[in-house]
Design a protein around this ligand. Structure first.
Ligand SMILES: Nc1ncnc2c1ncn2[C@@H]1O[C@H](COP(=O)(O)OP(=O)(O)O)[C@@H](O)[C@H]1O
Ligand SMILES: [Mg+2]
Length: 319
């Protein structure tokens, strides 16, 4: 099962909208999708009108009380199921502080799950604490929604550093799929500049050992669309609320692009394989590209070597 963590430690960048609408779009394309709400604000849960059902078990019980994941799964439609979150999830961060292996609880329960899903999508909270670490440990891919404005890249360095730490210590298979531009204002110069900057950053990491070395800016961009902003208050995804809107079209395009990446058509026979491997930059522990990227993208402040940082950067202090 592919497991996509939708992450950005900034709030209001389109994480929840993306998790919801991408999940439902993938459902429309014939996949069975499991949406996991890992944000104590429970926006994914309310977005899909699951508040009432969420009074039953949710992700909090899975993480803190060893509840089998099946008992926390609620059906939204034939192809989409949800593990909801309630506000008590905020307490999980504290409760898990002294639990050994606290970063891997979600991964372990998902692995033990009997339910057949093709894809799980995790909506992450706007922080890099233990909940997000659980998402990164369980995930196969990371998708980063970004708004193309001038502060968009602030914090992306820190986010990628966290992804790298998790990939080194817990989840070696973790890959950054890419960034998706949300609330895109077509044709603005600023959006173009931000996207150029981001492409340059991603290109600098090609052929290095970082988990984002083949990440991309998704071709499908999510245009600013008022229907997307309205749909949560009706407890519906964009596909029920306004199936003909730009928002629905954009998320369907994103789903199709993603499917092409997750399940690429079988490579044609030997003919097209180059005789020799293309020249690669030497793969070092921490490449020059990576360092440059961090210098450029990390928000101002004291920089620290990734390997020296505690894994749980933002968790509550143990007392
Ligand atoms: N493409 C879009 N166009 C217009 N409004 C959007 C779009 N995407 C998201 N929104 C709205 O912007 C707000 C923040 O989006 P949300 O997905 O909740 O971000 P996050 O989960 O990162 O905090 C929400 O009110 C949402 O409905
Ligand atoms: Mg959200």
């Amino acid at each position: 099962m592919e497991c996509i963590a939708v992450i950005n430690q900034k709030g209001g960048v389109g994480k929840t909208s993306t998790a919801v609408n991408l999940g439902v779009a993938l459902g429309q394309r014939g996949l069975r999708a499991l949406l996991i709400d890992l944000d104590p604000q429970g926006h994914l849960t309310t977005h899909l009108g699951m508040d009432a059902k969420a009074r039953g078990a949710g992700i909090y019980e899975v993480l803190t009380a060893n509840l089998p994941i099946e008992s926390a799964i609620h059906d939204y439609s034939e192809s989409v199921s949800i593990i909801p979150a309630q506000i008590d999830l905020a307490a999980a961060e504290m409760e898990l502080v002294s639990v050994v292996g606290r970063e891997s609880i979600l991964r372990d329960t998902l692995l033990a799950a009997q339910q057949p899903y093709d894809v799980a999508i995790i909506d992450c909270p706007p922080s890099l604490g233990v909940l997000t670490l659980n998402a990164l440990s369980a995930a196969t891919r990371v998708l980063i929604p970004l708004q193309a404005h001038f502060l968009a890249l602030q914090g992306v360095g820190k986010l990628l550093e966290t992804v790298m730490l998790v990939s080194r210590r817990i989840n070696p298979g973790l890959r950054v799929l890419g960034m998706v531009i949300s609330m895109y204002e077509t044709g603005t110069r600023l959006a173009g500049e931000v996207i150029d900057d981001l492409s340059g950053f991603l290109d600098a990491a090609r052929h290095t050992a970082v988990p984002w070395s083949d990440a991309r800016i998704m071709n499908a961009r999510i245009r600013r669309n008022v229907k997307l902003a309205e749909s949560p208050s009706y407890g519906q995804s964009i596909f029920e609320y306004a199936p003909k809107s730009n928002g629905a079209q954009d998320y369907l395009a994103l789903a199709d692009e993603l499917l092409g990446l997750l399940y690429p058509p079988a490579a044609p026979a030997a003919q097209t394989t180059p005789a020799t491997e293309p020249a690669r930059a030497p793969v070092t522990e921490r490449s020059a590209a990576e360092k440059a990227a961090h210098a450029r993208l990390a928000s101002p402040g004291p920089s620290s070597a990734a390997a020296d940082e505690p894994l749980v950067a933002a968790s509550a202090p143990a007392r």
